[in-house]
Design a protein around this ligand. Structure first.
Ligand code: ZN
Length: 506
């Protein structure tokens, strides 16, 4: 986190009431981002889409969402005055009558003062005559918008750049609802970093001909509005950021209805955009092209994401877990490779470095394929460690060298929770590593792992860290506790594990 962002974050924290909440799973504090979601009027079915937006945000574990519902069309909006300053970010699912002057002013002050704002789909149809709002969203559509409101902004493929077109014409159109390719135009931005360059959104409205001031606006992604399906023939902006005073705005034109919101393209970019608008950075795990696919649109029901979904972090307090360590001795375990020592002390396994030793592993004597795994670990600063999963040791592979996916353990800031391919030369399997501080130094840290088929997911202290598809590694093997080799004249260091449990999946 840059210094600038840190200062900014402190200011925001002063503005916003602390949103720290207790995780129900193991009582540890997880900082969640406070979100206010606004609805109440929309030419779209906000009663259906608001709960979906809420579920998409809360389901990824990063957000607490409150909803503020404005009075319905035709009613007085004088009573509608949400306390914007209680939140880090406001998400609008609202397209309707003007708010009161006081509420509009309060909203402008909130965003200009450093609050986050996210405009979803038809929220950019709203408020055609509210100047500050149009500067926040950058581009808008319908409501009488025309050349008087600003240019069209389009990506020109032949010039490889964005152009601003001030020619006369209406603002706002869309063709038929079809699946389309989201093309990332800036992969460096925190919202898009770690996402594939292109991925499909499921059938949705692709907004075109949006017009607006487009000041301090940065287009992150475009979509081709195909003439064959009633589109403009232009590469239209889909995802944008706007700087408004001190505030960060994320604008997504995706998300027409409940069907469109099942698209992972909508969900992932919304989750990342809301986090960025709130904090200026994105700590959610990168999503690769195996999950966010470019050939057909990846679909995930936000209400029932299924057992593979990130929202379904395995509940370590529920039933079905089997203890791998009895707390007394190393029954069920055997050491492979190096000469680091492992002892049992006060219900913990303590691994201690040995000078001159290669990496050592205390391994389960049986193999596990698809499973959930949890343990607590407390690692000395300076000692690299990890837990092998689905790992192998074969006489015909580097003289029994332990190899396979390793869930990294390391003091913060570090790579804890990311997946390293131990002993194979592949290096990191998780290439993108946005979160470096989920691990708490000097404390017991709860790790949770799910390995199911090709997919491996990890959480450290409730924070999602890795979500990868790994087709190369073995799908079954032992679980192993690593004590890394150390350089001469360093150490000795120790690493401690306890409460090691597994729950096998079918
Ligand atoms: Zn729509």
């Amino acid at each position: 986190m840059s210094k600038l962002v840190s200062v900014h974050f402190v200011l925001l924290s002063l503005l916003a009431v602390s949103s720290v909440s207790l995780s129900p799973l193991w009582g540890q504090q997880v900082d969640k981002i406070s979100v206010l979601l606004i609805d109440g009027q929309n030419n779209h079915n906000w009663k259906v889409t608001t709960p979906l937006i809420q579920q998409i945000l809360e389901g990824c574990g990063r957000f607490n969402v409150d909803v503020a519902t404005a009075p319905g069309r035709g009613e007085s909006l004088e009573s509608f005055s949400p306390e914007f300053s209680k939140y880090q970010v406001v998400v609008s699912n609202y397209n309707g009558q003007e708010w009161s002057e006081a509420t509009k002013k309060a909203f402008e002050i909130f965003v200009a003062g450093g609050g986050g704002f996210v405009s979803v789909h038809a929220a950019d149809n709203s408020f055609p005559r509210w100047d500050a709002y149009n500067r926040m969203i950058g581009l808008g559509g319908w409501g009488g918008r025309s050349e008087k409101d600003g240019p069209y902004v389009r990506w020109k493929e032949e010039q490889q750049r964005f152009t601003r077109d001030l020619s006369p014409g209406r603002g706002g159109t869309h063709g038929k609802r079809v699946p389309f390719l989201v093309v990332i135009r800036d992969s460096e931005h925190p919202i898009t970093a770690g996402l594939p360059k292109t991925f499909m959104q499921t059938a949705d409205e692709l907004y075109g001909k949006l017009r607006g001031p487009a000041e301090n606006m940065h287009v992150l992604a475009t979509g081709f509005s195909a003439p064959a399906t009633g589109g403009t023939g232009e590469h239209e902006p889909l995802l944008m950021t706007v700087q408004f005073g001190e505030g960060r705005v994320f604008h997504t034109t995706l998300g027409h209805d409940n069907n469109a919101m099942k698209g992972m393209a909508f969900q992932v970019t919304l989750q990342r955009g809301v986090e960025w608008a709130a904090t200026g950075s994105v700590k959610q795990p990168a999503i690769n092209g195996t999950i966010l696919t470019s050939d057909v649109a990846a679909i995930r029901d936000p209400v029932d994401g299924g057992p593979d979904d990130f929202k379904a972090i395995p509940d370590v307090t529920s039933e079905g877990w089997v203890t791998l360590f009895n707390g007394k001795d190393l029954t069920g375990w055997s050491q492979k490779n190096g000469t680091a020592t492992y002892r049992v002390e006060n219900g913990t396994i303590v691994g201690k470095t040995a000078e001159g030793s290669p990496n050592s592993f205390m391994c389960t004597t049986r193999d596990y394929g698809n499973f959930e795994l949890t343990f607590e670990v407390n690692d000395d600063p300076g000692l690299n460690s990890g837990v092998q999963i689905r790992s192998l040791s074969k006489a015909d592979f580097n003289n029994g060298r332990v190899h396979g996916p390793q869930v990294e353990i390391e003091c913060a800031p570090g790579e804890s929770g990311y997946i390293y391919s131990e002993g194979t030369g592949r290096g990191w399997i998780t290439k993108q590593q946005p979160v470096k501080d989920a691990y708490q130094n000097g404390k017991w840290n709860r790790f949770v792992v799910r390995a199911n088929g090709d997919r491996i997911q990890t959480w450290v202290n409730g924070v999602p860290i890795a979500d990868i598809v790994d087709t190369e590694s073995s799908k079954s093997g032992f679980i192993g506790l690593q004590v890394h080799g150390i350089k001469r004249n360093l150490g000795p260091f120790e690493v401690r594990w306890r409460d090691i449990r597994v729950r096998e999946l079918k």
